[in-house]
Design a protein around this ligand. Structure first.
Ligand SMILES: Nc1ncnc2c1ncn2[C@@H]1O[C@H](COP(=O)(O)OP(=O)(O)O)[C@@H](O)[C@H]1O
Ligand SMILES: [Mg+2]
Length: 324
C-alpha cells in the first residue's frame, strides 16, 4: 500500500540554514495494516505524511502510495487516500452536514451521493444529532470526529491521520479511537497515523514505527520492540542478607542485566520476565535463599525510546524547544 525508499525532505530556511526534516525514510505498509508513527515533536512525522499525501514534494528518494508515485502521479494518489491533518482549530460557520457533503463534492461525488455519504458518516461517527450545528460550535472531540469523517467522505482505502487525538481528554481520545477502529473494520482500510502518545501507539497499533530526528529508529510490533530493546523488569524481595546470592543466581542463570539491590529489594532486567520468574524462584529455593515476593513489570514504549535514544519521549523534542 505504501513503499518509500530513502525519502528525504530538506527545508531551506535561509541561505545558511537548512532543516533536514526527514532523512532517508524507507518504509513499507501492507494493505490492511494499522501503523502508528511515534516520535517526539519535530521528529518529522508531519513532514513524512505531507510527502505521502502529495502536499509537499520530496527533496529526494521515492514513495509509491496505493500503487502510484507521489511525484509523477499525485492526482491518482490523492483519489485513493484520505488525509486528516493536524488540527487547525479554525472556526467555521458552515453547518456540519454541509461541510461534510461539500467535501464529498470536492472529491467528485454528485450532490445526492455526497449528501447520502455525509449522512452515513454522521451516523457511523455518532455526529447525527449535531448535523445542523455550526462547525465552530463543536467541542474538541466532536470536531476531531468530523475531521475523520471529512477524510473518509470519498471512501478511501488508505487513511492518514496526523495526531488525531492530540488535545483531547482521555475519554474523548478513547471515544475517537473506538470510531477509528470501527471505521477501519467497516471500510477495510489501511491506516497510518502519527502520535506522540505512547500508550496509544502501544494499545492501538499492531505496528509502531519510531522516528527521531527524521529517521526511523525502530519498526516492529509494540511487543517485539519491548522484548528486543528493553526486556522485562523483575522485582523480588528477600531477607537483605540473601540479596547478594540472589543477584548472583539471577546473573548466572537468567543472564540478568541492570541488577540493583536496595534494602530487601532486588531489581533486574531479563528478556522474558514471565519465563524467568519461576526459574529464579525455583533456584532460590534450591540454594536456600528464599524469595518473599516477586513481580514482573513489563516495559513501556517509553522504556524502548529511552533505550534507543537515551532520552525519554516526554523530554525529547527534536526541534530543541520544550516538548508540548
Ligand atoms: N515548512 C517548513 N519550513 C521549515 N522547517 C520546517 C517546515 N515544516 C517543518 N519544519 C521543520 O522540520 C522538522 C520536522 O517537523 P515536523 O515534520 O512537523 O515534525 P513532527 O510532526 O514530528 O512534530 C522540525 O524541525 C520543523 O521545525
Ligand atoms: Mg506533526
Amino acid at each position: 500500500m505504501i513503499s518509500t525508499r530513502k525519502l528525504t525532505k530538506d527545508f531551506v530556511v535561509s541561505r545558511t540554514d537548512t532543516v533536514h526534516a526527514v532523512r532517508g525514510i524507507s518504509l513499507d505498509v501492507e494493505p490492511g495494516e494499522l501503523v502508528a508513527v511515534l516520535g517526539p515533536n519535530g521528529a518529522g512525522k508531519t513532514t513524512t505524511l505531507r510527502m505521502l499525501t502529495t502536499l509537499i514534494a520530496p527533496t529526494s528518494g521515492t514513495a509509491t502510495v496505493a500503487g502510484y508515485d507521489v511525484t509523477t502521479d499525485p492526482g491518482r494518489v490523492r483519489r485513493q487516500i484520505g488525509y486528516v491533518g493536524q488540527g487547525n482549530g479554525a472556526g467555521h460557520s458552515q453547518r456540519v452536514t454541509d461541510e461534510l457533503s461539500g467535501q464529498g463534492v470536492i472529491y467528485g461525488l454528485d450532490r445526492r451521493a455526497a449528501k447520502r455519504r455525509a449522512e452515513e458518516l454522521l451516523e457511523s461517527l455518532e455526529l447525527k444529532d449535531l448535523a445542523q450545528r455550526k462547525v465552530s460550535d463543536l467541542s474538541g472531540g466532536q470536531r476531531r470526529r468530523l475531521d475523520v469523517a471529512m477524510g473518509l467522505v470519498h471512501a478511501p482505502g488508505l487513511l492518514f491521520l496526523d495526531e488525531p487525538s492530540t488535545g483531547l481528554d482521555p475519554q474523548n481520545r478513547a471515544n475517537l479511537w473506538d470510531h477509528i477502529l470501527r471505521m477501519r473494520e467497516q471500510y477495510s482500510m489501511t491506516i497510518v497515523l502519527t502520535t506522540h502518545y505512547l500508550d496509544e501507539a502501544d494499545s492501538m497499533a499492531e505496528r509502531v514505527v519510531v522516528v527521531d530526528h527524521g529517521e526511523v529508529i525502530a519498526d516492529d510490533t509494540a511487543d517485539a520492540l519491548k522484548a528486543k530493546l528493553a526486556g522485562d523488569q523483575l522485582i523480588v524481595t528477600a531477607a537483605p542478607g540473601n540479596l547478594p546470592e540472589l543477584a548472583r543466581l539471577a546473573e548466572k542463570l537468567l543472564g540478568a542485566r541492570e541488577v540493583v539491590a536496595d534494602c530487601d529489594r532486588l531489581s533486574l532486567r531479563v528478556a522474558d520476565g514471565p519465563a524467568a520468574l519461576p526459574e529464579l524462584i525455583g533456584s532460590a529455593q534450591q540454594y536456600a535463599v528464599p524469595v518473599a515476593t516477586a513481580q514482573v513489570i513489563r516495559p513501556t514504549l517509553d522504556d524502548v525510546f529511552l533505550n534507543l535514544t537515551g532520552r525519554t519521549l516526554r523530554e525529547a523534542d527534536s526541534t530543541g524547544k520544550a516538548a508540548a
